[in-house]
Design a protein around this ligand. Structure first.
Ligand SMILES: Nc1nc2c(c(=O)[nH]1)N[C@H]1C(S)=C(S)[C@@H](COP(=O)(O)OP(=O)(O)OC[C@H]3O[C@@H](n4cnc5c(=O)[nH]c(N)nc54)[C@H](O)[C@@H]3O)O[C@H]1N2
Ligand SMILES: Nc1nc2c(c(=O)[nH]1)N[C@H]1C(S)=C(S)[C@@H](COP(=O)(O)OP(=O)(O)OC[C@H]3O[C@@H](n4cnc5c(=O)[nH]c(N)nc54)[C@H](O)[C@@H]3O)O[C@H]1N2
Ligand code: SF4
Ligand SMILES: [Mo]
Length: 677
């Protein structure tokens, strides 16, 4: 019998059917609205995640002297973990232990992990990989709208707009079933605009493609708003009724002439004018940002600049129009709502809000004063590992830090400076490989749990297959650690019970799940928290108005110079997912290894042809990979995918001041043809 469940990977959370409890087979679930039976290559090959020689099935401990791993019982492993936690906290106090989570974990796990940190460990030191994903858009959304829900409307609304502007999204490769909405929009006569330094497969579906210098999307937004003001295209009635701050924003874009935009962004002034004309003449405009625009030290201001543009046109809250962020991880939305973020309690509450503390402490049965305050953001937390004032033990669930953190050589050294590193994973990831204790856990459809997709739709990823023997669920691991620490709070291990508790803890918060149940999700094909479409008549600030905030172009933290003359940017390819810990082990997915994408003009100067080795260096590190010479990238920019060790040895750890997002998407680099000097 087939079970309806969801894909193990990205934020679309495509529905799929699984048959065969020990030899799973994937088939289409046409009725699930988000993907209507379509899956990308990774989804079709998902069964390859199950079993396999590389699957971990026993707890392992590593001898630091010899580097040897030995299998131990669960009791021995958990005792060792708790002894290490006690030692770290005896030496350094509660914050001597840190927790690092992931946006791929179910809502139940994210919630339990936050509770473990705040109640059983009493530490403020918890954050997660979502900080590297959508935090700039979240920070901007909260400031502008008073609420962060990635897409405040269903994804299919894309088909109803007149102009869709994709800023730094390559969705044809990163969420392929979503690309059908672009085709249907164009079949209806709507237009697609893609802004990306590379002409991607997404750009192949666009009417207008703008290729900016990486890190300059903010200046482009200022320049477009300048032209819209000049054309009289702004919606003064909407601005007066629904926003505050317009006068200052209007003044701030006055100096952004198209020629100045061209100097900063490298986009021809005529193209900037062309896009402004398209925007001015369209009744419905939708702007969606993704990591290309957001993963910068200026990412949150960049998103604010695009939000200002859409607000000035009076689009937010209008059907088939508005602003949205295309969140990335499977539970990218829910993972940021229920308390694994450094400054947060369940329900998207703030940990420094006394009323929020009182409410959540009540659900947990503890004294509000016993809850710690906000902790360090992801990069700052990793950077502090092993330092005098930082943690000396860390638990990691759902992230392969060694591959995916910026300035990864530095981060790996910090992880190695810990007295105890514990990793819960399904495979021996690069991060697990440097741990002291590795705990093998269940994944994906081996267990039941909820995920909140990029639209804010809470879906039920039902158990469909039998986990290998020897593994435990993350919820069981969390409960096991809490129990050994003598926590008085209860840690349920049944996902539905945890979800009900999460509902109570989130009740009354910005992301309120209290009326959502597993049965409702099954009956309704997913349930949107807060409603299907938001902001139709008011925003989430107390006065109901959106805030327009003035932002200035600052540019990237590191710009090219004589020593490092090109821009380096990073991103994804279709067949691999994230750090590759899962997908590099799936036999049916191609794994060609990393490559360096560069323009023929640049390749010609180095005497390089496709397939020849090229060394890329930055102020932080070096990697070597085969060149891929393409005419689709800017001649001053190179691109490296981050699914393999290497790319992040190069990337810059400059952080956005508001979101603490690292600058994954641009730094200065130097190239050399290997063997040619
Ligand atoms: N195949 C696949 N799909 C995935 C994932 C995966 O690993 N593999 N991961 C999932 C996750 S967690 C996420 S966050 C999403 C990410 O989804 P996307 O944001 O679509 O993916 P990226 O490839 O990181 O970046 C998108 C584009 O940004 C461009 N870019 C680089 N610098 C700039 C810039 O300064 N400005 C602009 N405008 N564009 C720039 C890159 O050239 C790239 O084509 O994908 C999700 N889906
Ligand atoms: N240079 C560069 N670096 C980037 C980015 C970029 O664009 N450029 N993008 C950033 C972004 S947007 C993201 S989201 C991050 C993602 O990067 P990571 O945080 O490394 O994400 P994953 O590779 O998905 O890691 C998930 C890990 O959890 C394991 N896992 C899977 N399911 C479970 C489970 O149920 N429980 C537990 N305990 N473990 C599980 C997997 O095997 C894997 O080892 O990378 C960031 N790094
Ligand atoms: S688009 Fe995302 S959710 Fe859908 S099948 Fe591919 S990886 Fe899975
Ligand atoms: Mo992400």
């Amino acid at each position: 019998m087939a079970t309806e469940t969801h894909c193990p990977y990205c934020s679309l959370q495509c529905g799929m059917r699984l048959t065969g409890r020990r030899a799973p087979e994937v088939s289409a679930w046409e009725e699930f609205p988000v993907n209507q039976g379509a899956l990308c290559r990774k989804g079709w090959a998902a069964a390859g995640l199950y079993g396999g020689r590389e699957r971990l099935t026993s707890p392992l401990v590593r001898d630091r002297e010899t580097g040897e791993w030995s299998a131990v019982t669960w009791d021995d492993a958990l005792d060792r973990v708790v002894a290490g936690i006690r030692a770290a906290q005896a030496a350094k106090g509660p914050d001597g232990v840190a927790v690092f989570g992931g946006g791929g974990l179910t809502n139940e796990k994210a919630y339990a992990l936050g509770k473990l940190a705040r109640v059983a460990l009493g530490t403020s030191q918890i954050d997660y990989n979502g900080r590297w994903c959508m935090s700039s858009a979240a920070s901007a959304g909260i400031r502008a709208f008073g609420l962060d829900r990635g897409l405040p409307f269903p994804l299919a609304d894309v088909e109803e707009t007149d102009v869709l502007v994709l800023v730094g999204s390559n969705l044809a490769e990163t969420m392929p079933p979503a690309a059908r909405h672009l085709d249907r929009l164009r079949a209806r006569g709507g237009r697609v605009v893609v802004i990306d330094p590379r002409r991607t497969p997404t750009a192949d579906r666009a009417d207008l493609v703008l290729q900016p210098v990486p890190g300059t999307d903010l200046a482009l937004a200022l320049g477009l708003l300048h032209l819209l003001v000049a054309a009289g295209a702004v919606d003064e009635g909407y601005l007066a009724a629904r926003t505050t701050g317009w006068a200052a924003v209007k003044e701030s874009v006055a100096p952004w002439w198209p020629e100045r935009v061209e100097r900063v962004t490298g986009i021809e002034a005529s193209q900037v004018r062309e896009l402004a004309e398209v925007l001015a003449g369209s009744p419905r405009v939708m702007v969606l940002t993704a990591r290309g625009a957001e993963q910068h030290s200026t990412g949150s201001d960049t998103v604010l600049a695009w939000i200002n543009l859409v607000l000035a046109l009076g689009m937010v809250g209008k059907r088939g129009a508005g602003y949205g962020c295309l969140t990335g991880q499977g539970n990218g939305q829910g993972g940021r709502e229920h308390g694994q973020k450094a400054d947060q309690l369940p329900g998207y509450r703030r940990i420094d809000d006394p009323a929020a503390r009182a409410h959540v402490a009540g659900v947990w049965g503890v004294d509000p004063d016993s809850l710690p305050g906000p902790g360090r953001s992801a990069y700052e937390l990793l950077d502090a590992c092993g330092a005098d004032d930082g943690p000396s033990a860390m638990l990691v669930l759902g992230s392969n830090i060694v591959v995916s953190a910026p300035n990864a050589t530095r981060v790996t050294e910090r992880l190695e400076a810990l007295d105890l590193l514990v990793v819960c994973d399904v495979v021996m990831s690069e991060t697990a490989a440097i741990a002291d204790v590795v705990l093998p856990v269940t994944q994906w459809a081996e267990e039941t749990g909820t995920m909140t997709n990029l639209e804010g739709r809470v879906v039920l990823r039902q158990k469909a297959i039998t986990p290998p023997s020897g593994v435990r669920s993350d919820l069981e691991v969390i409960a096991g650690i809490a129990e050994r620490l003598g926590s008085t709070a209860t840690f349920a291990t049944d996902p539905e019970e945890v979800f009900a508790e999460l509902g109570r803890a989130s009740a009354g918060g910005p992301a309120d799940y209290s009326t959502i149940t597993y049965d409702r999700i099954r009956d309704e094909g997913g349930v949107f928290w807060g409603g299907e479409r938001l902001f139709a008549s008011s925003f989430a600030h107390p006065d109901g108005r959106a805030r327009m905030l003035t932002v200035e172009h600052r540019g990237a933290a590191e710009v090219p110079d004589d020593d490092y003359p090109v821009h380096l940017t990073t991103g994804r390819v279709l067949a691999q997912y994230q750090s590759g810990a899962q997908t590099r082990r799936v036999r049916d997915l191609p794994d060609g290894g990393p490559f360096v994408e560069l323009h023929p003009l640049l390749a010609g100067r180095l005497g390089l042809a496709t397939g020849e080795a090229v060394q890329v260096s930055t102020r932080r590190g070096t990697m070597t990979a085969p060149a891929r010479v393409v005419t689709t990238i800017r001649p001053d920019t190179v691109f490296v995918p981050f699914h393999w060790v290497g790319a992040n040895r190069l990337t810059n750890d400059a952080l956005d001041p508001a979101s603490r997002m690292p600058e994954f998407k641009v730094c200065a680099a130097r190239l050399a043809a290997v063997g040619r000097g």
